[in-house]
Write a protein that binds this ligand. Structure first.
Ligand SMILES: Cc1cc2nc3c(=O)[nH]c(=O)nc-3n(C[C@H](O)[C@H](O)[C@H](O)COP(=O)(O)OP(=O)(O)OC[C@H]3O[C@@H](n4cnc5c(N)ncnc54)[C@H](O)[C@@H]3O)c2cc1C
Length: 434
């Protein structure tokens, strides 16, 4: 088994891991990251939610996310933000800077949450959105003509249904726009009847793909009797060339252009995580991609981790690598990222082999989307004020951040990347100080 020595080991490759790694590196430490994939960050909508909804019998939408955080803490003083809210600004700045450096610029709205049209035909509440989505936000009270464009064969987005739904739904948010729809027929990718979001994004990254899209839209705009204020596209405008495709569309259409927000398994989540990896690599962080930590333990003033690098199956055991570091950050995510696992009715912190207890049906709400949230979503690693893992065995050398932490529910609070960034910034700083 080969070996690596580092100051800080970061376990994970999602939003929390990336911010923790940047934060520890900013403190002048050698940082090594180990991860198999981007976890839930890779399939996310690629926006930054900080605190969008105050959960309760009657969930409240919050306009100002700082006020939202205070309201949540009043109801639930043990909420994770109680430990990391003071790091929110630095954590989010670190995340936004990384994304921008990797080619994924984002936009915030002076502490306010905004409403972005999504692929479902409804609107999602976010604190920061990728620049490619920023021109699609609902502007209460403003009259505007908005065209929603679908692409024939791309069945994940039905432009006609989405436009009808936006028209109705916007009333709740004070929107006064008129939505129209059309479907364009790209032919350059072949004569198959269906095309996935990923294939479309790949095609639009090519010169032929982009030119075909520009020509079709330009012709549509010239032949249309009315001008549009904004044109919305599905979130497939390239993996790599999104900024230039959006800029050229703006030029040929003479109006605002935006992608709508993605749902799970999206092109946008992939863009987001890959941009951040590019920026971390430039900073000099050692990244063991396609790898996994199989075991960690605290030994002799160190944290030791057994890792498996490379493809593993019955025939390929992968290469074993032992990493030794002064401190480690656990950023392995929740149920989706792989940090928390349900084994039958029991919930475990996978890497710590820690049993969080048995779930019974009376702890579950029948509504999948329950107003107060599902109780099991609050389970996770218990930490001290400095985000070090409470269990004594770790001797203050293991810190945790992001979805693996107990005491929050990103889904019904709309707080995912905000908590990941705030807690990771703090965990990274404390790990660097060990
Ligand atoms: C469909 C969907 C859409 C979402 N959209 C948004 C959104 O638009 N905005 C927003 O703010 N939030 C969104 N969220 C929530 C947000 O994605 C998460 O809250 C946030 O990404 C959590 O980050 P994390 O780094 O803690 O976990 P994750 O992103 O899940 O990362 C966990 C990491 O740990 C790695 N890992 C696990 N086990 C090991 C191991 N043994 N060894 C090494 N590595 C390991 C995983 O591979 C992964 O890299 C969305 C969530 C989902 C599911």
């Amino acid at each position: 088994m080969s070996g690596i020595k580092s100051d800080v080991l970061v376990i994970g490759g999602g939003t929390a891991a990336c911010v923790a790694a940047a934060s520890a590196m900013e403190a002048g430490k050698k940082v090594t990251m180990v991860f198999p994939n981007g976890g839930s960050s890779e399939i996310s909508g690629g926006a930054i939610d900080i605190l969008g909804v105050i959960p309760g019998e009657k969930p409240e939408i919050c306009e100002d996310y700082q006020e939202g955080i205070e309201a949540v803490l009043k109801e639930a003083p043990d909420h994770v933000y109680g430990k990391c809210k003071d790091s929110l600004e630095s954590g989010v700045k670190t995340l936004v800077d990384l994304a921008e450096a990797g080619g994924y610029p984002m936009k915030g709205f002076d502490g306010k949450n905004v409403w972005v049209p999504n692929m479902l035909g409804t609107f999602a509440v976010n604190a920061y959105v990728p620049e490619a989505m920023a021109d699609g936000i609902v502007e209460p009270g403003k009259e505007a003509r908005i065209l929603v464009v679908g692409i024939k064969g791309n069945v994940t987005f039905n432009a006609k249904a989405a436009a009808m739904s936006y028209q109705k739904y916007q009333e709740k948010l004070g929107g006064k726009a008129t939505y129209f729809s059309t479907e364009i027929h790209l032919t350059g990718w072949g004569d198959r009847r269906k095309i996935s979001d990923g294939e479309l994004a790949d095609y639009l990254d090519t010169t032929e793909g982009k030119e075909e899209l520009l020509t079709l839209i330009k012709t549509f705009c010239m032949n249309n009797r009315y001008a549009f204020d904004t044109i919305l596209f599905p979130p497939v405008l390239g993996y790599l060339k999104t900024q230039s495709i959006v800029a050229e569309l703006k030029e040929v259409c003479g109006c605002k252009i935006a992608e709508v927000q993605a749902l799970g398994n999206s092109v946008v989540g992939y863009r987001f995580t890959r941009a951040i990896y590019r920026a971390l690599e430039v900073k000099g962080i050692q990244m063991l991609k396609g790898s996994k930590v199989a075991k960690i333990e605290a030994v002799d003033q160190k944290v030791k981790a057994d890792c498996v690098v490379g493809l593993t199956d019955q025939l390929h055991p992968g290469e074993g690598v032992e990493i030794e570091a002064a401190a480690a950050v656990l950023a392995t995510g929740g149920y989706i990222g792989g940090g928390i696992k349900a084994r039958k009715t029991e919930v475990w912190i996978e890497l710590l082999d820690q049993n969080l207890g048995t779930l019974t049906t009376d702890q579950l709400t029948r509504d999948a989307i329950a107003p107060k949230g599902q109780q099991f979503m609050q389970l996770g690693v218990e930490v001290n004020e400095d985000l070090s893992v409470k269990e004594e065995t770790w001797k203050g050398r293991l810190f945790a951040c992001g979805d693996v932490l107990a005491g929050h529910n990103f889904a019904n609070e709309r707080s995912g990347a905000g908590i990941a960034a705030a807690s990771a910034y703090l965990a990274g700083k404390h790990a660097a100080a060990v």
